[in-house]
Design a protein around this ligand. Structure first.
Ligand SMILES: Cc1cc2nc3c(=O)[nH]c(=O)nc-3n(C[C@H](O)[C@H](O)[C@H](O)COP(=O)(O)OP(=O)(O)OC[C@H]3O[C@@H](n4cnc5c(N)ncnc54)[C@H](O)[C@@H]3O)c2cc1C
Length: 405
């Protein structure tokens, strides 16, 4: 079978489906689009969270909201209210269902499941050709959202830091009331894992139900098996002896680094140079915010802008570059975290305790103002940051303890 359209989207996950949904809004004016997805069906495989209240219509997908959050270290704990910018949760099950419904209702967008892209992708006479076991597809434009495979070891330069965020989560139902359903436990640093930053993240759905996740920031991505023990011990500690039944699980690996670092590390079979008719997008192509790995909101915003570009007859858009100040702050923060992982609990505590949560939320959502950035910088202890700046500048008093080469 061979099928021609205006646009082929490779991968129907968060980025591919977001683009598909945003194109459906343009009805007959949308380019004819084929989304090729390897999976045969969608499962409830991930839980997306982000700071809301900042005007994005992606907030309509949210099924849970928390108006306060807590940060706990071995020395202190704090709860902060964030009604203005609540922490929101989107269940992937609902997102995939809505996306499939909207796309199936659209005469211009076609989602083809069980379409694993296996063959070589090539361009001939202005058209891209993509093959799957069930057929060959051609189009003048391609958006490639396939994440590629994660390398186990990274080789980034010290000036261009890279960390991996790995997490394993499990839904628990406890036999007694334990959680505060109004308060998300953002970071609980009561455990430790050598050379990394380890914390427990808890999304409570009711007094007895929560998703608990062991999260690690470290120099290499961790498989689910490697996170079993941290999850077990952090959960045991959090349960305070209360019995709990285990439910659905999820595992994730997110890059924390600049777009350039991640782009270089992404192992891609194809390299099409800068051909604007072939655009990469999603988690490994600028979708993830370097300092947090959060990607859902950025991907949604990109998909809106990419859809508008396509509707106006222009090529698909890649993710935009971050503002230079955001890039510099993220890179410095990552360098400090990699060099001084033992300082992480105090750094995050200081940040969330001293800065108005709305400022942090705007900064995390790429909407930080200059005064938000200044407030964030002022909340952090200067010494490790100055040392990292000195190290990056090659000054003799700069000191680096990093395991990053
Ligand atoms: C468990 C988990 C929790 C997360 N939580 C958050 C969060 O709370 N907040 C946040 O902002 N971000 C979060 N993220 C990060 C990010 O938002 C997600 O990873 C998001 O799904 C990335 O979207 P994507 O489209 O780039 O990749 P994906 O959603 O993974 O989509 C890529 C798609 O490509 C398909 N594919 C791959 N290879 C092929 C092929 N050869 N042929 C056809 N199809 C192919 C895959 O099947 C997949 O559907 C989380 C990630 C995970 C894994």
């Amino acid at each position: 079978m061979s099928c021609h359209s205006d646009l082929i989207v490779l991968g129907g996950g968060c980025a591919g489906l977001s683009l598909g949904m945003n194109l459906t809004k343009f009805g007959e004016n949308s380019p004819r689009t084929t989304i090729l997805e390897g999976r045969t069906h969608y499962t409830n495989d991930r839980t997306w969270c982000f700071w809301g209240g900042l005007g994005s219509d992606s907030e309509e997908f949210a099924t849970h909201r928390w108006e306060s959050f807590s940060i706990t270290t071995n020395k202190a704990g704090i709860t902060r209210h964030c009604e203005e910018t609540p922490y929101l949760m989107v269940s992937s099950k609902d997102f995939y269902q809505t996306a499939q419904r909207l796309i199936y209702e659209s005469p211009r967008i076609d989602l083809k499941l069980a379409s694993l892209i296996t063959g070589e992708i090539f361009k001939r006479k202005g058209l891209w050709y993509v093959s799957t076991p069930s057929g060959e597809y051609s189009a003048p434009w391609v958006v490639d959202t396939r994440p590629g495979s994660f390398p186990l070891v990274h080789h980034s330069a010290a000036s261009n830091p890279m960390l991996w965020q790995s997490f394993l989560g499990e839904e628990l139902t406890t036999e007694e009331d334990l959680f505060d359903p109004g308060c998300v436990e953002l970071m609980d640093f009561s455990g430790s894992l050598p050379e990394t930053i380890l914390f427990l993240y808890v999304l409570p759905f009711s007094k007895r139900e929560a998703l608990v996740e062991a999260t690690v920031f470290g120099p290499r991505p961790l498989r689910a098996e490697e996170l079993e023990e941290p999850l077990r011990s952090l959960t045991k500690n959090r349960l305070h002896g209360i019995q709990a039944l285990s439910g659905r699980r999820e595992h994730g690996i997110l890059p924390m680094g600049t777009k350039e670092t991640i782009g270089r590390m992404k192992q891609q079979a194809e390299d099409f140079g800068n051909d604007p008719s072939y655009v990469r997008a999603g988690l490994m192509a600028g979708g993830a915010r370097p300092s947090s790995g959060y990607a859902f909101q950025r991907i949604w915003k990109w998909s809106q802008e990419c859809a508008v570009s396509l509707i106006t007859g222009k090529p698909p858009k890649p993710h935009p570059h971050d503002h230079p100040l955001t890039r510099a702050m993220d890179a410095l923060f990552l360098r400090v975290l990699s060099s001084y992982p033992e300082l992480a609990p105090d750094l995050f505590f200081s940040l969330f305790a001293k800065v108005d949560p709305a400022r942090v939320a705007r900064f995390m959502n790429d909407q930080g103002t200059l005064s938000d950035c200044a407030a964030i910088m002022a909340s952090l202890p200067p010494t490790p940051f100055l040392q990292e700046i000195a190290t990056a500048a090659g000054l003799p008093f700069g000191k680096r303890k990093s395991h990053i080469p």
